[in-house]
Structure formats: C-alpha cells, structure tokens
Design a protein around this ligand. Structure first.
Ligand SMILES: NC(=O)c1ccc[n+]([C@@H]2O[C@H](COP(=O)([O-])OP(=O)(O)OC[C@H]3O[C@@H](n4cnc5c(N)ncnc54)[C@H](OP(=O)(O)O)[C@@H]3O)[C@@H](O)[C@H]2O)c1
Length: 388
C-alpha cells in the first residue's frame, strides 16, 4: 500500500535551498505533499511553484507583493499572506509535520522558532537561527518534542557520523571548509576583491549571503556556533579544517582515537533528502561521490590572518550570551553593504570587529532580548563603516 504523503511547509521556497528541496520532493514521488510556501519577492518563481504544488497557503514579503501574487494566481482557494506574520503562519501550517527552514539570515529566526514551538520536524538550513537563538530553540524543542535535523552539509555529516554512537565517547567534532575563492589570494590583494569575484565559489552554488560568508569563512564560524547547540558540545570540542576538495563534510573523533568521517558529493539535495526522510535512506537518483576522480584529499589549519571573521566568530562561540547575536547582526549589515559596493571586502571584518568591541555582553535567552540585541548591533555596525 502506498504511504500517505507527509505534509511539508517550506520557508524560503524561491531560494537555492528552497528550489533544491522541491526537486527532492519531486524525486521522492508522492512521499511529501507541499502544504505551505513562504518566499520573499521573487513572485514569478513563487507563482510557478504555487501552480505546480497547489499549497493551501503562501506567504510573500509584503502587502503589495501579496496583491500582485493574488492577481497572478487568480485562484481564491489559495490563501495568500505576507510579511513576518505570513512566514509565521507558514511555519505553523496545519497538516505540515515537516518544516524546511531556508529563509536567509535573521529573518529566518522567528519562523524557525514557530515551527519548533509547533513540535514539527524542522529541517534546518537557516544556521543564523541557531547562532542567535540556539539556547532558546533547543529548550523549546525539548518542551514541544520538535526534532531539529540539520540540512547544512557539515552538520548533516556530523549527525550521520553520530547515528548509533554514544555521545560520551565523542572527543571532538571537526567541520570542514573549502576555503572559498580567496584561499590562495595574496593577503594584500584581498581588499580589492569585488562582490562578483567573491560570489564565484569554487565548489558550491548557493545564495548570495552564504556565498560571501564562505569567502570570508564567517560561514564556518557561524557553523561552529550552530554545531555547539545542535550537538550540545563545549566550544573546546569543536574544530575546523580547510579541505579544498569538499568531499569530506565532517569528522568525529572518538575517545579511542578512531575518527569517523562523512563524505558525499557537493550537492545540497543529499543532506536535504536525508533531513526529510531520516531515519530512512531513499535512492536519491543523484550521482555518488567518485573518489578516484577526486584523487587527492587535502586538509590544513585555518589561517586567521586570512580569515579574521573566523576568529571573531570563535570568540563569540566561546563567550556566548549576546555575542553571537551581535556578531550575526553586524555581519549581515556588512555583507549587504559589501554586495551593494558600499564597503570593501576587508571592511566586513573591520565592521564586525568594531561592533563586537563596543558590544556590552549580556544574556540572550528570550525572543525579546535577541531582537533587541540584533537591532542595536545593526545600528552600531553602520557606525563602523569606513568614511572614504
Ligand atoms: N545554499 C546552500 O547551499 C546552503 C547550504 C547550507 C546552509 N544554507 C543556509 O540556508 C539558508 C538559505 O540559503 P540560500 O542559499 O537558499 O539563500 P537564498 O538563495 O538567498 O534564498 C533565500 C530565500 O529566503 C527568502 N527570503 C529572504 N528574506 C525573506 C524574508 N524576510 N521573508 C521571507 N522570505 C525571505 C528568499 O525569497 P525571495 O528570493 O523570493 O526574495 C529566498 O526564498 C541560509 O541561512 C544559508 O546559510 C544554504
């Protein structure tokens, strides 16, 4: 007998993870039914998705976009909502037992929390949620029974290595980083790197913000903070290695000295499918990793002179409290300014460092506190833009 399809709500449906998720849904042929979609302002894409998947509810960025989408759809049976409240409605949509959280940045935090509070299986791509609210999200998940399953390939790798293992035997978790497009660029040339160059990632095709974070290695710093909460590990037991081939996604060192590794092709559909079907594994139909073709696997330590943002993220990881919230806020502001060509590549680190240095650390255990710290840090970050 065919199984009843499971309901899926997708936050960030028009993005890189969102479209890959829908491709996985197609490949899983009838295993999932799309109940709700949340997007920003890519109306042409979201309209096509609504036409294909017929969700009960769809959210877009604001009222004007909602009006335009209603006109495009001409179908009154589909509820069109908008803004932050709209995304929350998608996150708790009736009939969806699984929520994919793939809005980018801090905007994904409250919808992720809403899905956790509703007790859903949350396939988590939006790492910023865990960075700003890891303590709160894990506490709320314990209360509601929500299960947070990582989509980030490195965390999916750790999650897969830990399956069936006893946590007290884990000595260390190591995430790998490709090193991005500027791994070998002379340090003196980094300041002149343009958004176009920074967006040319050697291994992964991703959204703009996460691609810039990969070029600065802030992405790996955010991932360390995410791993701290996902796997309940002290900062001292988390490490990163540069691995340009991106074949090994994560390594877990056990107390007996054995090191477990998870390898896979650089295709986000693999960790997305695993998060959706776990603990089952289905034939993805995707090409497997060809190690003979990869040839060499190299690993080296992170050079923090090249990647100062990684050092700043590590500091936030160790100090905890409000620091990761301020780090994330300043980084979002600086990355947006770099993409708009208002600041230089190397200014991103200067803006984040300046913001953290002025930040008065405190607790960040409630939604209100997190939103407040985020707002203040964003305001402060702009003061650290260089005057040219
Ligand atoms: N891409 C990857 O391979 C990858 C890997 C691991 C983790 N992640 C994480 O996954 C998340 C998404 O990344 P991505 O690469 O998919 O980003 P992306 O391609 O930029 O897509 C972002 C999505 O979020 C939507 N969105 C943005 N702001 C929104 C708002 N305020 N309200 C509602 N929707 C909003 C966008 O809508 P519109 O486009 O319609 O405006 C789009 O659907 C990030 O947190 C990233 O770090 C990504």
């Amino acid at each position: 007998m065919p199984k009843t399809p499971r309901g899926l709500a997708l936050l960030g449906s028009t993005g890189s993870i969102g479209t890959s998720t829908l491709d996985v849904v197609d490949r899983l042929e009838g295993r999932f039914r799309v109940i709700a979609l949340a997007a920003g302002s890519n109306l042409a894409r979201v309209a096509a998705q609504v036409g294909k998947y017929r969700p009960a509810v769809v959210s877009v960025s604001d009222r004007r976009d909602a009006d335009k989408l209603r006109a495009l759809l001409g179908d009154r049976r589909i509820r069109v909502v908008y803004g932050p409240e709209g995304a929350l409605e998608v996150a708790r949509a009736e009939g969806a037992d699984t929520v994919v959280s793939a809005i980018t940045g801090m905007s994904g935090f409250r919808p992720t929390l809403e899905a956790v509070r509703a007790g859903r299986r949350v396939a988590l791509a939006n790492k910023e949620s865990m960075v700003v609210g890891g303590e709160l999200l894990t506490r709320e998940a314990a209360l509601s029974g929500a299960r947070i399953i990582p989509v980030d390939s490195e965390h999916s790798g750790v999650f897969q290595c830990l399956a069936g293992e006893t946590r007290r035997y884990v000595r260390k978790v190591i995430l790998t980083a490709s090193g991005g497009p500027f791994l070998k660029t002379p340090l003196k040339d980094l300041g002149a790197k343009t958004p176009e160059e920074a967006l040319r990632h050697p291994r992964w095709v991703m959204g703009r913000k996460v691609t810039i974070d990969s070029a600065t290695l802030m992405n790996k710093g955010l991932e360390l903070i995410e791993a701290r909460w996902l796997f309940d590990l002290d900062p001292g037991r988390l490490d990163v290695l540069i691995h340009p081939q991106s074949a090994v996604h994560a390594l877990v060192e056990m107390t007996d000295g054995s090191v477990l590794a998870q390898l896979g092709a650089t295709d986000m559909r693999l960790p997305i499918q695993y998060a959706l079907t776990w603990p089952e594994r289905r034939d993805s139909g995707l090409p497997a990793l060809d190690l003979a073709r990869t040839g060499r696997l190299e690993f080296r330590r992170v050079d923090e002179r090249r990647f100062p943002l990684f050092g700043l993220a590590r500091r936030a990881l160790v100090e905890g409290g409000s620091l990761p919230v301020a780090l994330n806020a300043a980084n979002e502001v600086a990355v947006a300014a770099f993409l708009e060509k208002k600041i230089r590549f190397t200014d991103i680190a200067a803006v984040v460092a300046g913001t953290l240095d002025r930040h008065r650390a405190g607790p960040a255990g409630t939604v209100d506190a997190i939103i407040d710290i985020d707002r203040n840090a964003r305001r402060d970050a702009r003061r650290h833009f260089p005057q040219r």
